[in-house]
Design a protein around this ligand. Structure first.
Ligand SMILES: Cc1cc2nc3c(=O)[nH]c(=O)nc-3n(C[C@H](O)[C@H](O)[C@H](O)COP(=O)(O)OP(=O)(O)OC[C@H]3O[C@@H](n4cnc5c(N)ncnc54)[C@H](O)[C@@H]3O)c2cc1C
Length: 453
């Protein structure tokens, strides 16, 4: 629908998905263009339904939530409470006594996902405009640049927008439509191999890793375990690692136990992506690990088993007026704790561009091209880095590949290798501690101004 002459609204944006990525993008849109960009959010669930698990933010992401003015409220619900950021301790724990590897300085802000999602949604002026039970099935691009895009939902209804932002997660329907269209276009030119490659990018692939996730109420833990569990840890061992940190004001410990199957990356995962697990099953996987890890695993309430899938590196995040953001664009392994953070960084760049005075329906292609140019290489590098970090946690790198499961458990390795691992981890995770979001924003604005000059 063309915008009326006196209406200050220059663009109507539809966000598909009210996960952490979609909500933060909407908040950033609200901050940058409160009057000139209208936002509608379509969510397939019947209500906000983030899972009962933890999610953490590093300093570079914390800078963005501070910029949104949410710092005080977030500290109220963080795992550390008003203490603010927590350090991250790395140990090698696949032996009876954990071995210290390294510690990153205080920088981690851990949360319960559902608390975070509700808090973000509460700040949305357009909260009442989240339309629930709206599962996008596909969209169509208009033949003319001035006509709206048409969104089709599973319930048979339709909606329109000027710009479509797919924040609909790893199984994104926006990505499916975009990549099916791209594949059809190259197929029509006779490029059959390229068409098959593009079509294959619709489907996430298995990383070869599964994650057992569970929460432990701190009331269940003895003081000696609690003292350790209140400090975020990544405990590592051959082919496996466990992450734990406090959430919900320190009342709960979030525990995630990863098991990697070597050579399974890219193979088909047999079974449901998420299912229930038994405590015995998880305990068995980590038998022989140090006492604290073992106690936490034993105390997980109703653990669930998740297969960790990722999205292949896409050749574009943009087609026409449709854009991919967050897991829809770059679902990654969780080993740098950065998937949600990357969605937030996408949101910052995209919101800054769309809000700029020079961006209208006519100039939109330049703005979206800048989003793709800035965000795609960066986020894909983070995807790669997350796999590499996982490989380090599972003792596959830095000479550790030559140490067998038995040798690792028996402590039969050169002690210098612990230092090498520690230094490697510090280098790998250095980027998460540094916040350069204003620099990225300025770069995006500069690119926009030079194209519109
Ligand atoms: C074990 C584990 C631990 C992790 N830990 C961290 C961490 O500590 N820090 C971090 O930054 N990241 C972490 N991540 C990654 C992080 O969870 C994701 O990257 C992030 O949640 C992605 O957000 P999103 O909004 O892009 O997608 P999602 O959270 O998947 O949200 C997608 C939304 O879209 C909706 N939707 C889906 N399809 C449709 C449709 N067709 N129509 C309408 N709505 C739809 C869904 O219901 C959902 O609400 C972790 C991941 C895992 C698996």
């Amino acid at each position: 629908m063309p915008v009326a002459v006196n209406n200050p609204v220059k663009l109507r944006v539809a966000i598909i998905g009210a996960g952490l990525g979609g909500l933060i993008f909407a908040l950033l849109m609200q901050k940058h263009a409160p009057d000139t960009v209208e936002v509608d959010i379509y969510e397939s669930a019947h209500e906000l339904a983030e899972i009962g698990a933890g999610v953490a933010m590093w300093p570079r992401i914390w800078e963005i939530v501070r910029y949104l003015g949410l710092e005080d409220e977030l500290l109220e619900i963080s795992g550390a409470g008003r203490l603010g950021a927590l350090p991250m301790v790395f140990t090698k724990s696949d032996e009876p006594t954990a071995v210290d590897v390294t510690t990153l300085p205080p920088g981690l802000y851990p949360f319960h996902r559902a608390n975070l999602q509700k808090l973000f949604a509460r700040h949305l002026r357009a909260y009442d405009r989240i339309q629930y039970a709206k599962r996008l099935t596909s969209y169509t691009e208009p033949a003319s640049d001035r006509d709206p895009m048409v969104l089709k939902f599973k319930d048979g209804t339709q909606a329109t927008c000027d710009v479509l932002v797919g924040c609909d997660g790893i199984k994104s329907a926006v990505r499916r439509t975009m990549y099916t269209d791209l594949a059809n276009e190259v197929e029509a030119r006779g490029e059959l191999e390229e068409a098959a490659r593009l079509r294959a990018l619709n489907d996430p692939f298995w990383s070869g890793t599964v994650a057992y996730r569970g929460l432990v109420p701190t009331s269940e833990l003895e003081e000696d375990v609690l003292k350790v569990a209140r400090i975020p840890h990544i405990v590592m061992g051959k082919h496996k690692n466990v992450v734990f940190y406090p959430i919900s004001g320190g009342e709960i410990i979030n525990v995630v136990a990863f098991v990697d199957t070597q050579g399974a990356r890219g193979t088909r995962y047999e079974g449901p992506w998420v299912t229930t697990a038994t405590t015995e099953e998880v305990e068995q996987q980590f038998s022989g690990w140090d006492t604290i890890t073992h106690t936490l695993i034993k105390s997980m309430v109703t653990p669930t088993l998740w297969s960790v899938h990722t999205v292949g590196h896409l050749p574009t995040y943009v087609k026409g007026r449709a854009i991919l953001l967050g897991d829809a664009a770059h679902a990654m392994t969780p080993h740098q704790g950065s998937g949600a953070g990357q969605a937030i960084e996408d949101g910052l760049v995209l919101a800054s561009l769309l809000a700029h005075d020079s961006v209208t329906l006519e100039t939109l292609p330049q703005a979206l091209n800048i989003y793709d140019t800035i965000r795609r290489p960066f986020s894909q590098n983070v995807q790669r880095g997350s796999d590499e970090a996982g490989s380090m946690y599972h003792l596959h790198e830095l000479g550790w590949d030559k140490v067998s499961v038995g040798e690792s458990a028996a402590g039969s390795y050169s002690k210098d290798m612990i230092d090498v691992l520690g230094k490697g981890l510090e280098e790998k995770l250095d980027w998460v501690m540094r916040g350069d979001f204003m620099e990225t924003r300025v770069k995006a604005m500069g690119m926009l101004e030079s194209t519109s000059a």
